[in-house]
Every structure is written in structure tokens, then in C-alpha cells.
Design a protein around this ligand. Sequence first.
Ligand code: UDP
Ligand code: UDP
Length: 463
Amino acid sequence: MASTPLHVLLFPFMAKGHTIPILDLARLLLRRNATVTLFTTPANRQYVSASLSDTPTTIITLPFPDNIPGIPSGVESVDKLPSSSLFYSFVSSTKLMKSHFEQAIQALETPVTFMVTDGFFGWTLDSANIFNIPRLVYYGMSNFAITMFRVISLNPHLFDGKTDTDLVTVPEFPWMTATRLECDDATDRDSPLFKWRMEQVVATIKSYGLVTNSFFELEPVYAEYWNSNSAPKSWSVGPLCLAQERIKKESLSDQKPSWMVWLDKKLLELGVPVLYVAFGSQADICINQIEEIKLGLERSEVNFLWVVRRSEESFGPDDGFEERVKEKGIVVREWVDQREILEHESVKGFVSHCGWNSVLESICAGVPILAWPLAAEQPLNAKFVVEEMKIGMRVETCDGSVKGFVKWEGLKKNVKELMEGVKGKEVRKKVKEISDAAVEAVKEGGSSWRTLNELIVELQTKS
Ligand code: UDP
Ligand code: UDP
């Protein structure tokens, strides 16, 4: 059957963790000779177009809704929200872009093969149907996490009468237990986000399928679940971060960011191992917790590179911490190239909030994780990292719960174990094996490479 030219529309949600992998997906599609049209908003255009500047991607800017209560004008990304409590207002107002999105599709000159839109943009399904374009949903989560959320939404009474930490056996997966605390507000039917989430789930179920940033070998059971159930199919085409061709940076130190020069220096100090500490693009960590992290890192005496986001005031007053630790550790307040850091030979461990991109980037770099989940599906990712993949350890919380407060004593012990202990050695070995499998999956002929081809062929012959 003759196939039609491939034209894909991409529409990522306005958060770095959602946008970065979609930019990588654009790169993969361009390598399949696709025409790619990517939708964004005015404030995010600069970032998107700089990132794709070496590609022929068409970028369409849609006006972002104005006058959303609490959201300052010009803020078009959740990373820039003054408070995470504004998330719901932000995300629910994106549907005000619908008519602009549809006008833009109407004006396109090339027929569209399919669209990949964010799982938070359930409203794009209606637009897709109007134009008879298959919609694929991008969640930015593992097959494991989307499976857990699906099973929980199909069993709304699962957590009735349970406390936050009571263990519940997950239906269909008898070896798996979960707690309410691990499942975010997916279990709280009274929360304002719940209804909105259900709308997204319904739109997903009615969509053509899912494009997932994972690879089959990583989670065969959960990938199979989507392919064998009456659920939309999940095409695992990742790790998407491997789509970027890593250009070996010039070794001249004046062209490198200061923290990369610092990592080079650590390598020259007879390969001193460095712990990388970072909690993603959105985390809000309270000042008391920051103080414990400072103490834990300082007293563990490991070498560390700590990237802090958000403003300096949340890092507390200048208490001489950075001066005291300067031989061993640095604090970076800028946007870093996280993959470049993880891939540096000096980096041997990662204290991570377990955002799914961070987990995949750590796997690809062969770096084991000290899992410290904070919000959203991160507790599920942490569970997967520690219990299923066995490529990391859990941070010790005071109350033993997944989102509990961490005291410096526990952090110090965990960090030393990860960097110097027997357990650290074990998880480091395991992550290297999975890292090799990830590289194989995206290579020509590998599972993710084949899956993307299958998706393209299926939709091209349909259109
Ligand atoms: N920016 C963005 N999305 C937004 C707001 C800003 O990508 O919703 C970009 C903006 O184009 C600029 C950068 O982020 O390149 C810095 O923006 P701003 O000065 O508002 O933030 P700050 O650097 O103070 O965090
Ligand atoms: N990231 C980065 N530099 C930073 C902070 C974050 O490159 O200074 C990237 C990181 O590599 C990852 C993404 O931002 O690709 C964050 O996504 P993740 O899913 O780990 O966490 P989120 O920010 O969504 O909580």
C-alpha cells in the first residue's frame, strides 16, 4: 500500500519536564523524514526554537490565555509559577487555547498523519476528531506509573477506609502493593484535581494510543499490559533523551560552564567520585529540609554538585555553608545541562526526586539513584527504581513514609552507602546493565526503533 507523506503535530505541556522529551521526539521523527509542526506559546517559543534551531521544525505560537487569577502575565510555564498551588488554574486554562489550535490546524497546508499532545491536554482529542487526525497521548511517565494510575482509576474504592500508609494489593498485579501516599491525589475523590484528572483519563482512553518515553525491555510486564488489554496501545519509543546527538564539548575550559570545569578537576584528583544532587525543574523544598540537606552533605564528606532551582531565598541565609564545603562541594543556581553532568566520568551517584526524565537520564548515564520523591508520580517512580529495577536506594525518612521529612543523619548514612558501600556497588552494577539495554533499544533494529517505525507505518497506511 502506498504511504502518504509523514506530517506530525506535537504539542507539549508547558513544563520543562514535558517539553524536553517532546523536542527529542521531534528529532527522532525528523530522522524518519517527517514534517514536524510543533505548537507552543509566546514565552516558551524562545526556548523551543533555540533547542530545535538545527532542525527544519515549523513552530506555531498560540496565544496563551490572559487574566488567569493568580498567574502573572507572561508566565506560561509551570516552572515559573509563583506557587505550585496555582497548577490547577494553570492547567485547566490551557483549554482556552482550543479555538486557536483549531484555526492553526485548519490553516496547515500539508495533510497531518497524527498528533502527539500532552496527557494534560485532553481537550485536544475533540480538535483531533474535528479534523479526523489520530491523537496520541504523551504522559512523560513510565508504563509502570501509567498502569498504576489506570488500575487505581478503574478501582475507585481501592483505598476506601485506608490510611496514607496502609498497604493495598494492586488489582491485576498481585505481587504489587501501593499506599495512598504513593498514588498522589489519584486516590482522593474530593480533591479539585480529581475531576480534571478523570477527564484526562477518559480522553486518553478514547485516543488512538500513547507514545511513551520508555523501552520495552525496561518494563515488559507493564508495556504488555497496554498492548493486551482493552486499553489504548502504548508505543514505547524511548529513552527519548538518547535522540540527542551528544557533541563532545570542546575541552578548552573557558568554553565550559564552571561546574563542568569543577567536575574535570575532580577527575584529575585521582578520580574523586562526585554525588550529583538535583530535584528537577519544579520542586519546592522547604527551608528546614534544605538545612538538613546541607548538614547531611557536609557531614557525609562526599564530594557533591548540588543544583538548586527556584530563588535563593528558599536556600536560606548565607550561613557560610558554601565556604565551608568549597573543597568538596559546589552549589549551582543556573539551568544546567543535566545529561552532560550525569555523563561526566566523575559523577557516580544521583540524589534525585525521581522525575521520570531524571530517572531515564540517570539510567542512560549508568548512574545509580538515591530516590527522594517529592510529588506527583515520583513516589511510584521511586518504587520502580528501588523495588523493580533495583538501580537505586531509598532515602530514609523520619516517619518511614515515602514523602516524609529527611534528617541529616539519615541522608549522611544513605549518601555514604550509595557512594562507598556494598549496596551502592550492587545498584551501580545493575544500572550499567540497564544502561546498555537502553542504548540497544534505540539503535537501528532495537525495540524502540522498531516500535516508532511500526507506529508510523500503521498511521501512514491508515491516512
Ligand atoms: N520563559 C519561558 N516560559 C515562561 C516564562 C519565561 O520559557 O513561561 C523564558 C523566557 O523567554 C526567558 C526565560 O524563561 O528566556 C527567563 O524568563 P524570566 O526572566 O521570566 O524568568 P527567571 O529567569 O527570572 O526565572
Ligand atoms: N533539567 C536540566 N537542567 C536543570 C534542571 C532540569 O536540564 O537545571 C532537565 C532534566 O535533565 C530533565 C528535566 O529538566 O530532562 C526535568 O524533568 P524531570 O522529569 O526529571 O523532573 P520535573 O522537572 O518534571 O519534576
